[in-house]
Design a protein around this ligand. Sequence first.
Ligand code: TYD
Length: 225
Amino acid sequence: MNKGLFITFEGGDACGKSTQVKLFREYVEKHPMKDKFVFLREPGGTELGEEIRKLLLSYNLDAPVPKAELMLFLASRAQICEKVIIPALNEGKIVVADRFYDSTIAYQGMARGIMSPEGILNLNRSILGNITPDLTFYLKLSPEDARARKLKMSEGFDRMEMEEFTFHQKVCDGYDYIAKLESERFHIIDARKSIEEIHEEIKQTFEEKLIEKTSQLSSDDITQQ
Ligand code: TYD
């Protein structure tokens, strides 16, 4: 069994994910295991990945066609998996990723309709191997609530955020699909709750997962002796 712990944060636009990742990061700074954490974001997280991120999210050039978009997300993920995530998990680190393949299932699979969600899952597995998060926090917000929140936001929107309402509705369907398929790792959070309530829920669920993983590892040690 993998010695590390792999945690991901997922959700559609305006669900409050970035705020929660930031709060969790602040919480971790005072955690007894703080040196074990590795934080990253997708797309990005490596030098090449950050360049790919610019290509994907900016308006500066010819927007990628859907298949090119899918390949660019996967290229960024292949880089970060091999260079950062897999080595960190092998060293027993706690990897916290802001988005992973569930985003590709929701955005490129369901919303863009490039291929079925199962097709995206298989493509990910064939490129990246069987790397699956141990715990995924999915901040679930209806497309209607997301639209209402976005109307109140003042900052500019990136290329994905500017998509139509129906696109974001399909993103939600994509998340619901994978959350049902891999339900054992999903912790679904009602993103309408207050920031503090959500943060508490995340901390508590994370600590429970950490205890579970630690006890699994120590029972593995005993079996091997
Ligand atoms: P980001 O600024 O990180 O947005 P957020 O705060 O919403 O996470 O932008 C990432 C965007 O890329 C976001 O709209 C979701 C999209 N995305 C995909 O379409 N497919 C993917 O595989 C990933 C990782 C992200």
